[in-house]
Structures are given as C-alpha cells and as structure tokens.
Design a protein around this ligand. Structure first.
Ligand SMILES: [Zn+2]
Length: 343
C-alpha cells in the first residue's frame, strides 16, 4: 500500500514508510494524495477513527464500492467485518431472488416493505406483524449483535438495546455513546446518568442537533434483528424510498403511488389524476459517482435531503434524467396537480 501511494507522488514527497502512511490514515483522505488531482467528495473522509477502527464514513465508501474493491480471496476480508466484504450485489441477488420467488408483485412489495419497516423487534411481535402485512419471511433475523447491547445490570434481563429513530435497526453502543452507524441518520445519544447500577433500563439523552424521536429501550431477551448486510443494503436505502411514498400520500393525496411496481425495476411509480406518470429511483450513495457508473432505469432520480450537495454533479452526468431532492420532487408533482395537470 505504501508503494502504491509513493508511486503517486514525485520522489521524496509523500509517505515513505508504512508507519508514515498509517499516520496519514488518521487524516482526511484528501491529504493522502498529491494536490494536482480534481477535488472529490471523498477528500474529507478520515479512514481510521480515534480508536483506530475503520471509521463509519470509510465504511460507507466500502459499502458503495464493495464489488469494485474486493473479491472473497482478498486479504482485506480478514480485517473488514464479514458483511462489509460480502458483495452488495450478492446480498441483493440472494435476497431479491427470494423476494421475487415469494409470489406476485403485491407479495414482493409487502415482503420488501416489511423488512424496511421492521428490521428489528420482539420475535413474537414481528411474527404477528408479518402475518397482518401479507409479507413472506424473506430474510433471516439474528440475535441483537453484542456491540449493540447495553448492560445495566447482571443477567440476561439486565441487557437492553435502542433502535435508531430513522432506520429502526439497533444502534451501536460504545461505552455510554449510542449511535446509528449509518452516519447520515445523525442519531447520536448518551446513556443517561440514572442508568448505570440501576435495575431498570436507562434512558438516552440526545446529542445530535437533528430533531429525532426519543425511543424507549427494548429488552435484549427475545429480540432479533435482520443481518447487518440486509440492514445496510436493503433497509438503509429503503428508508428514503418509503419516506417519499409517505410524503407523497400525505402532501398530495390526489396522486397514486405504487411502491416497487414491477418488482426491482424501479422504486416508485407516481400517477397524477390526469394520467401523467413519474418513474422514480431514490438513490442514497456517499459518492455520487456510484450512481453515475450504474445509472438508474427510472426517469426521475431523487436523493435524500442530506445528499443535496450531489445534485449538480448528478444532473450534469445523468443527461436525459431529472434529478431532485425529495422536497423538490414533491413540489414538482404538487405544482403539476395544482395546475390541473395541464403541463
Ligand atoms: Zn439509522
């Protein structure tokens, strides 16, 4: 690795030993490469966090590029968590194959929606909710991973977990810090003072500035959650897809919204009362280049509000497609409906 970086620099510049390279891994990525290149969205990413573990930001990039970076023989697979080097495509293929085989489009949509809305919970409650929803069980649920469990008293009853207010998957617990490891969810909390040593589960204090619902703790006994890979590659991208569906329903009730109308071809089909339709793909990638390299099939590409910095680059690269934030897309549809569908 040091050799690769040294080659990019003129002789005598840049890191010349592995130790110097490692020191740079704790600095923004932009400092690691010579200044003559084009600026990139990734320049600010720091690879190693203060505990010298792979940072959450770095993990996001890994998730965007797993297929491009690794095959299963790569030595990097020894230090990355198993789910991170499993190819996103492989996970999606396995899961989506099960989904597609699950039945007609209605069962497909119900099963995929169920995973996104119920990525974790009490085993019995999940089974009951699945029964009511018409979804099939298409992914395995596992015990709450140990790094997502808080111990406030001895014994199995002295363990609890908290779901992220955005994606509902268990948040990571590091000492008293409780955070969703998908950074854009900005869910950051601290375990409240009364918790430690108490026999009842502690409550959380919000640290991030974002408006977030404070959720109650859940007992670890009898709780399960989807596999980290299913969370990262199906639940996380699914959250803004369902958000957009919900916002369209509540803001513009006149329009029809079909979620995953042709299984996994595109995400949403929006139909105005005059028959005008919009096919929509919601794209949530840390690096917009990932969307450009694998352009979506829908005519309208919608990015979550926290990705609005990508609009310019996506619009330029995806000619022939319209690119919006969720808010802008809502305005576009609502303006069309308000004009009586005349445009
Ligand atoms: Zn989350």
């Amino acid at each position: 690795m040091t050799g690769v970086i040294m080659q990019a620099y003129p002789p005598g510049c840049g890191p010349s030993t592995p130790a110097e390279l490692v020191a740079l891994l704790r600095r923004p990525l932009g400092e690691l490469l010579p200044g003559t290149r084009k600026a990139s969205a990734l320049d600010a990413v720091v690879l190693l966090d203060p505990e010298d573990a792979l940072s959450d930001d770095a993990m996001e990039i890994v998730c965007d590029y797993t297929q491009a970076l690794f095959d299963s023989e790569d030595p990097a697979t020894a230090w990355l968590p198993r789910w991170a080097w499993q190819r996103a495509e492989q996970i999606e293929q396995e899961l989506f194959q099960t989904l597609i085989q699950a039945g007609d489009a209605a069962v497909y949509t119900a099963s995929r929606r169920f995973l996104i809305e119920h990525p974790a919970g009490d085993t019995r409650e999940l089974a009951e909710a699945r029964g009511r929803s018409g979804a099939r069980q298409v992914a395995r649920y596992i015990e709450i991973p140990p790094d997502r469990v808080f111990r406030f008293a001895p014994g199995a009853d002295g363990q609890c977990w908290w779901s992220c207010p955005v994606c509902k998957w268990p948040m990571q617990v590091r000492g008293r810090r409780v955070e969703c490891t998908y950074r854009p969810h900005t869910a950051r909390f601290l375990v409240g003072d009364t918790g430690v040593g108490s026999l009842t589960a502690p409550s959380l204090v919000k640290v991030s500035a974002t408006r977030l619902r404070l959720l109650e703790s859940h007992p670890v006994v009898s709780a399960v959650c989807v596999d980290p890979a299913v969370w990262r590659f199906v639940v996380v991208p699914g959250v803004p897809e369902l958000d957009l569906e919900r916002l369209l329903h509540s803001h513009i009730p006149e329009v029809g919204v079909a979620l995953y109308p042709i299984k996994d071809t595109f995400d949403l089909l929006v139909t105005a009362p005059d028959g005008r339709t919009w096919s929509v793909d919601v794209k949530d990638h840390a690096d917009p280049q990932r969307v450009i390299d694998d352009p979506p099939s829908a005519d309208h590409v919608v990015v979550p509000t926290y990705r609005k910095g990508q609009l310019h680059q996506l619009k330029r690269a995806l000619s022939g497609k319209s690119v919006w934030t969720i808010r802008q897309f809502l305005n576009e549809v609502s303006d069309h409906v308000a004009r009586g569908g005349s445009a």
